[in-house]
Every structure is written in C-alpha cells, then in structure tokens.
Design a protein around this ligand. Structure first.
Ligand SMILES: Cc1cc2nc3c(=O)[nH]c(=O)nc-3n(C[C@H](O)[C@H](O)[C@H](O)COP(=O)(O)OP(=O)(O)OC[C@H]3O[C@@H](n4cnc5c(N)ncnc54)[C@H](O)[C@@H]3O)c2cc1C
Length: 549
C-alpha cells in the first residue's frame, strides 16, 4: 500500500446486497453529530448520518417544555470551530431558551449545508462488525443497510427519555406529556388541574411557567434537588461586542477549566478563608447563576466540611424565599451534598411555592401507588387531574446505546460487554469494538462539562485518529484490554475521591431499576481530560492497537 488506505467513495448500492458504503456512519444529529458531519466531510470523508427525529438539534429538538434553557452561558454553549460563526450569531439572553438554541443549531445545519448527509425520521437499529473486512454494517428501522469503515455514535447522553413503570398510567384518561417528548404545537394549561412528577432539571425549569397558567398544580417530589437562580438577563449590544472581542481568550480559559467555562474557583479551600470572604465568594457565584455555584472553591466537591459551607449558604437563601417553613424544609435535599447531583439553574422556582394554586406532594412520606382514570393515587390521597407532566428525566449515558444493537468481535454485543457497567479507554476506545467511537459518553467528562466544547474535542480527536490511520494505510484502531482496564480503574479512583459518587444520581444510573451502580463520567475535569487524550494522540495512540489493513 502506498501509505493511503483506499477511501470508500459512496458507492451505488451493491446489486446483490443493496448495501451502500461510506467512510463514516454518524448516529444522531444533535450538537455532536452535526459537528461530526462537518468535520469528517471537511477531511474528505464520505458520511451518512441517521437521525430518529424529523429535524436537527438533538435535546433541543426534543425538549420543548416551557422554561427549557441551557445552564452554561449561551456565549460558551456555542460552537468554537468557526470564528465567523462565533461572530455572526447573536444570543439574546445570558442563558438562551430552547427555541433560540434550536434556531442556532438549525442555522449551523444550513450554513454548513449539513442536512444533505442526514437521513431524518430514521432510527439506527443495529451496527454489526465484519471482523475480517473491519467494516460496520448499519441497519435502520426504515430498511436501510449501509456499510462504513467507522461507526461514530453521537446518540447523546440525555436522549433516551425515562418513563417509570407507574401502575395504571395507561388508564389515566387525561393528557400525559413527557418533558423530553414535548408536543411541537405546545401545551395549554389554562384552567387545568396539572400534576408534575419529578423535580430534576426539567421539572424545576417548567414548574414556574406551568404554575402561572394552571388552575391548580401539584408537584410530586421524590427527591429534593439543589437549584440556583439563573440570574438570567438579556444581552445588550455592548455586552455581546465585549464578549465577542474576547472570544479567543474565553475559549482558552474554558478549554483548560474543569467544566468548560471561563470561570475559575477561588484559589484557596473554602475552609481556609474567613467567613466574611467565603460569603463574598458565594454571593458572587450566586450572581453568576446556576451550576457554577458548585465550583466556588476547589474542595467543594471533595471535602464534606467545605461542601457544608456552600450548602448552608444555599439553605439560608432558599429559606428566605419560601414563605412556609414546612415547604422550605421539604424542598431542602437531605440525602446528598450540594453539587453531587447537577445543580439546577432555575427562573423563579422557589417563589412558585408561595402561590395559592401550587401544592408540593412529598413522595418520600406518601409514595405514588399508581394512576387511575382521573388522576394520581398516593398512599396519602387521590389527586384529581386533567393532565400529567412526566418530568422524569432520562435513562442517561447508556440508555440510547442500549437500544441500538452494537455487535463487535466474536458476535459479542456492547450491552453484554458493559453488563457490569461501561468500560472504555478514554471514553473513546473499547476492546472488541474496533473503529467504533461513542462521543461524550461514559469514561469522558460528558455531562460534567460544557457539552459543546466537549463534542468538538471528541469529534476532532476522532477525525485526527482517522487521518493518522489513513496516512499509514492502517485499517483500524481499537482500545487494548489493558488500557481499558487501567482507565476503568482511573475513573473509579477519581469517582471515589469525589462527593459526586455518594449521591443516588443518574450519573450512576441510580434512577433506572436494574442498572449497575457505576459512576459513568470521568471526574478529573475537562481540561485535564483534554490534555490526556491529546497526549495519547501525540504519542501515536498509546493504549490503542493500530490494525493493519
Ligand atoms: C433540557 C436539557 C438541557 C441541557 N442543557 C445543557 C447545558 O446547558 N449545557 C451543557 O453542557 N449540556 C446541557 N445538556 C446536555 C446535552 O445532552 C448536551 O449539551 C448536548 O445537547 C448533547 O448533544 P449530543 O449531540 O451529544 O446529543 P443529543 O442532543 O442528545 O442528540 C442525539 C441525537 O441522536 C438521536 N438518536 C439517538 N439514538 C439514535 C438512533 N439509534 N438512531 C438515530 N438517531 C438516534 C436522538 O434522536 C438525538 O436527536 C442539556 C440536556 C437537556 C436534556
């Protein structure tokens, strides 16, 4: 071979098998999938993307519930690969709403002409490895069968909506909506008796808006969560101009940071500073709004005593807002450290409980028994309802992968390989699954980071790996079993040193019956992770086997 692996140009379907060949198949057209199409195409690779939805956007296509917003500032929750795009797009608010983020992603799809390589309304059902030819045969629910050298799954860590198996849910005769499958023409709550089940991010973001419309709102809470006001503001021209002028520096700081934002924690421990200084730092973080509160001090998520100072500050703030002390008590988490579950970013959540038409139902003391024709039955009461909103979150991180039958070496499925929990090398390589890359999933910082920058980091890494293989005429790349074992150990050690491992959260699959309890994201921080995977690439892919053609 002359140093170039033969490219698989898009072929006409094979006359006998009906199969079309591509360099890369991309599953999903959310933030990660869209950039993947652009990046691979720019490198001269042929791409076929499949998307189950009718349009681009991923979570921003599906999660149209009222109040849906990003919790990373809009200016940071934006692609960085195109300086022109950075300059031309104008965010209207500090934390953009779902319609605006979706409009942004549609603009990206149009601007870079991405739709022509996406087959919409098409769910990938299986991907099977041909071990000898090192190719993946990908099949869909619409009868497609295509072949690709590389399988890139961008199915998203939060794309598989979770509906708990409530007894009698199908007997309820009113309307049922899931926040992650929200009707495109909206939902009118006017004059309705509504029950919202769940007080995670989707519930907390939507409850204030539903409460304004509904005649009566019952909030069914199993676990209280820590939420912090977004402190959202419209962005004026001067602010935008200043942000854009400093975009490059902002990006640098974000890439090097723990979570993908330009803000840094205070340099000292929360326990080393005076009470006065600590309060001032927390006040400043409170004003920044949202998730950044969990990173005010470097030891906030590792030292319970440091964490407790943040929790006490939070509690004082919330108790000052909620009129009824008994309700404030119920809204105060008792079972996890602040930041151990992703802190929610809200707009008027706690104030909502001061309204006469809102009642908080504590499912810890009166669990849901089930539904009947007219409403929700708990061990304490029957709630007559016109509508149930399921804000019950996701089968996170591995849910969408599980629905997709990925069959690697020896006919072994990914599901079997991960039966005791996900096992990867850097989140990017799995032994037994050559030329398969799962973007922003287990073993990477994933949902702990700014997912736009994270998606770009992963896509660029994969594109560079493919270029490396092609330059050497190699056929493939595969994480070695030793490297996978070491990385699993590394991830476990980091998790055990963190308070995040102690909460019963979806980071560990704890919301899904039967899931092994394994902390799935890499906890070393985005900047550290970026350095590690960059060094691995620069070393000639240490820990990966380079497979000859
Ligand atoms: C309401 C909400 C708010 C969020 N806010 C933030 C935030 O502020 N900051 C942040 O960093 N992260 C946030 N996230 C996390 C979010 O998951 C990421 O930011 C990002 O959008 C993920 O992009 P993605 O392309 O990886 O996945 P997704 O956006 O989930 O896209 C995956 C796509 O793959 C498709 N798909 C899945 N399986 C298949 C299949 N078998 N065949 C075909 N298509 C398939 C899905 O339909 C989906 O459209 C939020 C998540 C939610 C749900």
């Amino acid at each position: 071979m002359n140093g170039q692996h033969p490219r698989s140009v898009v072929t006409a379907p094979d006359a006998t098998t009906g199969t079309t060949s591509y360099d890369v198949v991309v599953v999903g057209a959310g933030i990660a999938g869209l950039y993947a199409i652009h990046r691979f195409r720019s490198q001269g690779l042929t791409v076929r993307a499949f998307e189950a939805a009718s349009g681009v956007g991923g979570v921003w296509y599906w999660n149209r519930y009222p109040g849906a917003r990003c919790d990373v500032e809009s200016i940071d929750y934006s692609y960085s690969f195109s300086p022109e795009l950075e300059q031309e797009w104008n965010w209207s608010e500090k934390y953009a709403t779902q319609p605006e983020i979706l409009a942004y992603l549609e603009h990206v799809a149009d601007r870079f002409d991405l739709r022509r390589d996406i087959r919409f309304d098409t769910r990938v059902t299986s991907a099977v490895l041909d071990e000898e030819g090192l190719r993946w045969t990908v099949r869909t629910d619409r009868g497609d069968e295509v072949s690709a050298r590389f399988l890139v799954v961008a199915a998203g860590p939060l794309s598989n909506a979770n509906t708990p198996a409530f007894d009698g849910l199908d007997r309820f005769t009113g309307d049922i909506v899931h926040t992650a499958r929200w009707p495109h023409d909206g939902v009118d709550f006017t004059g309705k008796r509504v029950g919202v089940i769940g007080t995670g991010s989707s519930g907390i973001q939507s409850i204030p808006i539903i409460a304004e419309q509904a005649e009566q709102l019952f909030v069914f809470q199993r676990s209280a969560n820590y939420s912090i006001p977004a402190g959202n503001v419209p962005l004026d021209d001067a602010t935008r101009a200043e942000q854009k002028a400093n975009y490059a520096e902002r990006r640098r700081l974000s890439r090097e940071s723990g979570g993908g934002s330009p803000h840094r924690p205070h340099p000292k421990s929360a326990l080393e500073v005076s009470e006065e200084e600590r309060r001032a730092v927390y006040e400043e973080r409170w004003k920044l709004g949202g998730v950044l509160f969990s990173k005010a001090f470097p030891d906030q998520l590792t030292d319970p005593a440091a964490n407790d100072t943040a929790r006490a500050f939070w509690e004082e703030k919330i108790r000052a807002v909620v009129d009824d002390p008994a309700v404030a008590e119920l809204l105060t988490p008792k079972d996890h450290a602040i930041g151990a579950k992703r802190i929610v970013t809200d707009s008027g959540y706690y104030e909502t409980y001061n309204r006469d038409n809102v009642e908080l139902v504590d499912l810890r003391s009166t669990p849901i028994v089930g539904m009947d024709e007219t409403g929700i039955v708990t061990t304490g009461a029957h709630y007559d309802l016109d509508m149930i909103v399921l804000a019950t979150g996701f089968d996170a991180m591995t849910g969408s992968l599980d629905k997709l039958e990925i069959v690697g070496r020896g006919g072994r499925t990914l599901k079997e390989t991960w039966a005791a929990g996900p096992r990867t090398y850097l989140g990017l390589g799995i032994d037994g699954f050559p030329n398969f890359f799962n973007l922003t999933g287990p073993g990477s910082p994933s949902v702990l980071a700014n997912m736009v920058l994270h998606s770009e980091l992963h896509v660029d890494w994969v594109a560079d790996a493919i270029a490396y293989l092609d330059a050497r005429g190699a056929a493939g790349i595969e994480g070695t079993p030793e490297a996978v074992a070491d990385w699993v150990e590394e991830c476990r050690n980091r998790a055990e040193a963190s308070l995040l491992n102690s909460a019963n959260s979806w980071y560990l699959g704890a919301n899904i019956p039967g899931r092994p309890r394994v902390f799935m994201p890499f906890l070393g921080g985005f900047g550290v992770y970026r350095e590690i995977i960059t060094e691995v690439a620069e070393s000639g892919y240490k820990g990966f086997a380079i497979l000859e053609g």
